[in-house]
Design a protein around this ligand. Structure first.
Ligand SMILES: [Fe+2]
Ligand SMILES: [Fe+2]
Length: 431
């Protein structure tokens, strides 16, 4: 469920006063702001002046039916999530509204209070997700506008131009930062696994290098590792917050679609298409009992097998409720029982020195070995000992990274724009 409930407003539209009263009473424990109006016209007026997260509208109203109103509401506020309250005899209109994408869910009268509450919570989660996605799309648009001058100034390829490698390098860096930002945003809805994408990227890269995979494959593995869980975007937070063992069959079905959705999400970007195949298969097991395709052994692309190990290692390594980690070596020990079942033996072997090295040089840091530094006093070459995050929890630089001129400027700018109450922690320089 979204963090600060009162921040979100639910609008109920019904011409019957007793229904408005009863819905309002039942939603009171959810602590959302609840508004009620008695007609579609009043509701449309309100939509002009208030940000509404979820609308619950009755179908049968004298001046304007629920489906007519919700279709106008969709035009006005496409991010607002719409729920239709219907009687059994309105089923044809309801099915129509669902097929036209006008509504998120319908609730049959008489409704079950628990089901109503669950539906409203899921609708708010959907609204938060819609808003977040819109923000990311705006960010991507802004980013591509910034790149446009570079692209317009593209030199004549026939002539040799000394600036060309620089432009290419700059585009590459911007593209990677953009993907990192995107991966960070996905993790906002799964806070148990902070910094997961960056950790999976680092583990996968090191394991792949240790196994001697080719250069092109290595690029795809890095991209796929960073975006492997992109398909979780859109899955309700209530499902993401649960441990695997506690998912209901329905929730599991939704969760297990994330690799396929992830592949579909990146399919339009041509340079991510091969990485998309690895994203699709990162939950396959070597014994053929994984998902989505039940591929067996070597039929699973090696990059996907590597990401599967890196993913599991980071999940087992994190004891994230207290911000501490048990370490990758210990995590690797817990994956042993699934050697040859879920995980490829050769990859677990290659992961052992990687895990030991990361524990020792990146996470094996005690309090006495770190110091607090003000952003203005950061120097290139310092190594970050804890994740650096902005005030709203956006990851700026992960633990273990070595600072350079560019990331110091980013930290200083983001600390000014989105102030954090936390200092920056770096490793003490050994004398
Ligand atoms: Fe996943
Ligand atoms: Fe993951």
């Amino acid at each position: 469920m979204a963090d600060n409930c009162l921040e979100y407003t639910i609008l109920i539209v019904d011409d019957e006063e007793n229904i408005l009263r009863s819905l309002r009473r039942q939603l009171v424990d959810l602590e959302y702001t609840v508004l009620t109006v008695s007609s579609g016209y009043q509701a449309l007026e309100l939509l002009d002046s208030r940000e509404i997260a979820v609308i619950i509208s009755d179908q049968r109203m004298p001046e304007m039916t629920g489906t007519e109103f919700l279709s106008l509401a969709k035009e006005k506020k496409p991010d607002t999530v719409r729920i239709l309250l219907t009687a059994f005899c309105d089923m044809k209109d309801t099915v129509d509204a669902i097929n036209k994408g006008e509504i998120f869910r319908y609730i049959n009268k008489p409704w079950e209070e628990d089901e109503l509450k669950r539906t409203v919570c899921e609708a708010v989660d959907r609204y938060v997700h819609n808003r977040e996605t819109k923000r990311v799309v705006e960010e991507l648009k802004r980013w591509s506008m910034q790149l446009e001058p570079w692209l317009c100034e593209k030199p004549d390829i026939g002539k040799s131009d000394a600036s060309l490698p620089l432009v290419h390098e700059r585009l590459q860096e911007d593209f990677e930062s953009c993907l990192e930002t995107f991966a960070g945003l996905i993790e906002l809805s799964e806070r148990r696994h902070r910094n997961h994408a960056m950790n999976v990227l680092e583990l996968s890269r090191r394991i792949a290098e240790a196994m001697g995979v080719g250069a092109k494959e290595l690029v795809d593995i890095r991209l796929a590792a960073l975006l492997h869980d992109i398909g979780k975007s859109g899955i309700p937070d209530t499902i993401l917050a649960k441990d695997d063992a506690h998912l209901t069959p329905d929730e599991r079905l939704q969760y297990e679609q994330h690799p396929v959705r992830g592949q579909a999400a990146v399919y339009k970007v041509e340079i991510l298409r091969d990485a998309g195949v690895l994203i699709r298969h990162h939950h396959e097991w070597v014994n053929g009992k994984g998902y989505p395709d039940g591929l067996l052994g070597d039929a699973i692309p090696i990059g996907a097998r590597i990401i599967a190990v890196a993913d599991a290692l980071d999940r087992h390594a994190g004891n994230l409720s207290c911000g501490m980690r048990c370490g990758f070596v210990a995590a690797l020990g817990s994956l042993e029982q699934d050697r040859g079942v879920k995980y490829d033996s050769a990859i677990l072997r290659a992961a052992a020195p990687v895990a030991a090295d990361l524990d020792e040089h990146v996470y094996g840091i005690t309090d006495s070995e770190e110091e607090q530094v003000q952003p203005d006093d950061l120097q290139p070459g310092m190594r970050v000992s804890r994740d650096i995050r902005s005030g709203t929890d956006i990851l700026i630089v992960p633990a273990g990274a070595e600072l350079n001129h560019d990331n110091i400027i980013s930290i200083q700018r983001l600390y000014a724009l989105d102030p954090s109450h936390q200092s920056v922690f770096v490793c003490k320089t050994k004398l």
